[in-house]
Design a protein around this ligand. Structure first.
Ligand code: NAD
Length: 491
């Protein structure tokens, strides 16, 4: 069994005297690795390594700073299949999902290779009489990242490659539930030739994360996880003057209008709602049908299609390459929480038209499986609508008009993604302007932006102003120092 290490100052180090946590394959409950729960001491060592590496790295010419990123992209491409299997083993998503995750991580490395252009400043000649104004976009120092469990490889890459390409140095604490993927990528980071201390990995749980938030030598934090913790991250960083971008939870609504192409919608609903067992921050989790006819047709066809989803260990060779395989949820605790919310929905009076509890997966009696689950008769304000279930549970609501559907979305605590299905340009335009969500889909079930565009939500789905990935993240990792200069004539 693999015992994971920390990567600090270019060395793989096994911490001593700490506790170890078992990393479980959620499909089989087999222990696949042990992760050290490091202490503030290991974090201090990593931050010190990053702090010492900063001046030299910041002064390295921009084109040389992206050289190891080009190499890393090449190594990630070469190791794509192995890394995808590592993701599936520790997280439980299907192999096609894991490959898509790796592809997006890689895209972000490639996008960050454009930093010599993204980081260019501005100059205004003759800002005043004989005076020029100039904006320099300078690296800042040591940045930290705290990721969630559901995208162990991709989410860190919304930030890390941009941070280091801009001349900063980096410390990342992987999610303790899925630390193996970043360990494997860390080995490629080592081979890519970054100078020691530029990228550091410290394994651990919330204790390391809290030490990062408190550390005086960390200039900024990128966090992705639940809104409860995102809020703590934002408040703690604001108090100590750190930069932060804290992306939180979601409840993504998908509105179906009377003119929607229903068969396409149903296909999208199944992959959006049940891919990754509903554990995607961009998964559709609340379907709003506009009108009775749409409601009845969507319910009938969606429930029928959901019954066809293959629930299995995603590494089972018989199904590994199937497009729509649904693996387990991440842990026993997650399974119990989700099943508890299904029981709540029944108590609240919603109709459980498809119940995924108690599903049997032949050959995998111990995994944390829940089958596709669908509620109808759900009203805004019910707990199963208000709460982020983060599992394979869809709630169907009814609205009479588009205005009512948008009002349901806008009254919700979260605002990560929202989609509309319609062929009508007026409805689509109204939706994209009025729906309060940071990422909008029009006839798209998972409106997750590609690496070249910003990723992040509104309301409780994101605290902070600068989203992840894309060209705008360069603003998070640079300080726009403004120079006003003039020279007098000689003699
Ligand atoms: P989580 O908030 O439980 O944990 C996220 C990270 O925070 C982990 O690394 C954990 O060790 C650390 N942590 C836990 N408690 C902490 C504390 N008190 N202080 C500091 N750090 C702490 O989230 P999770 O269960 O790993 O991930 C699922 C959540 O992430 C869902 O809510 C999902 O919507 C969200 N998510 C959001 C996005 C997005 O783009 N908005 C993307 C992916 C996941």
């Amino acid at each position: 069994m693999q015992k994971l290490k920390n990567y600090i100052g270019g060395q793989w180090i096994e911490p001593t005297g700490c506790q170890w946590l078992d990393v479980e394959n959620p499909s089989t409950c087999e222990i696949v690795a042990q992760v050290p729960l490091s202490s503030a001491r290991e974090l201090d060592q990593a931050v010190e390594a990053a702090r010492q590496a900063f001046p030299g790295w910041a002064a390295t010419p921009a084109d040389r700073r992206v050289e190891p990123l080009f190499k890393l992209a090449h190594l990630m491409r070469e190791n794509m299949e192995k890394l995808s299997r590592t993701i599936t083993t520790e997280m439980g998503k299907s192999l096609p999902d894991a490959r898509a995750e790796m592809k997006r991580a890689l895209e972000n490395v490639e996008a960050a290779c454009g930093m010599p252009i993204l980081q260019q400043g501005d100059k205004l000649v003759a800002a005043s009489g004989g005076i020029d104004g100039e904006v320099l976009r300078l690296p800042i120092g040591v940045f930290g990242m705290i990721p969630p469990f559901n995208f162990p490889a991709m989410v860190p890459f919304w930030f890390l490659p941009y941070a280091v390409a801009a001349g900063n140095t980096y410390v990342i604490k992987p999610s303790e539930q899925v630390p193996c993927s970043l360990q494997a990528i860390g080995e490629l980071v080592e081979r890519a030739g970054f100078p020691p201390g530029v990228i550091n990995i410290v394994n651990g749980d919330r204790n390391v994360a809290e030490a990062m938030l408190a550390h005086p030598d960390i200039a900024g934090i990128s966090f992705v996880g639940s809104s409860r913790v995102a809020r703590i991250v934002a408040e703690t960083c604001a108090r100590s003057g750190k930069r932060y971008q804290a992306l939180g939870g979601a409840k993504n609504h998908l509105v179906v209008m009377p003119d929607a192409k229903i068969d396409e919608v149903v296909r999208n609903l199944v992959t959006s709602g049940f891919g990754c067992a509903g554990q995607r921050c961009m998964a559709s989790s609340a379907i709003v049908c506009v009108g009775d006819r749409v409601h009845d047709e969507i319910t009938a066809k969606f429930v029928a299609a959901s019954r066809e989803v293959i629930v299995a260990n995603p590494l089972d060779p018989e199904v590994a390459d199937e497009g729509m395989v649904m693996g387990p949820v991440i842990s026993k605790a997650a399974k119990e929480r989700i099943e508890g919310l299904i029981a709540t929905g029944i108590k609240e009076g919603a109709n459980l038209v498809l119940d995924g509890r108690g599903i049997r997966v032949p050959g995998n009696n111990r995994g944390y499986f829940i089958g596709p689950t669908v509620f109808t008769g759900v009203r805004p304000g019910m707990e199963i609508h208000a709460t982020e279930i983060f599992g394979p549970v869809q709630v169907i609501l009814k609205a009479d008009t588009l205005d009512q559907a948008i009002a349901i979305i806008n009254a919700h605590e979260y605002g990560n993604g929202a989609s509309i299905y319609t062929q009508n340009g007026y409805w689509a335009r109204k939706f994209k302007l009025e729906a309060e969500a940071g990422m909008i889909g029009i006839n798209v079930g998972i409106p997750a932006p590609v690496a070249y565009l910003p990723f992040g939500g509104m309301k409780a789905s994101m605290f902070g102003d600068i989203k992840g990935q894309g060209k705008s993240v360069a603003d998070f990792f640079t300080h726009p120092k403004v120079v006003t200069e003039r020279y007098w004539p000689e003699g």
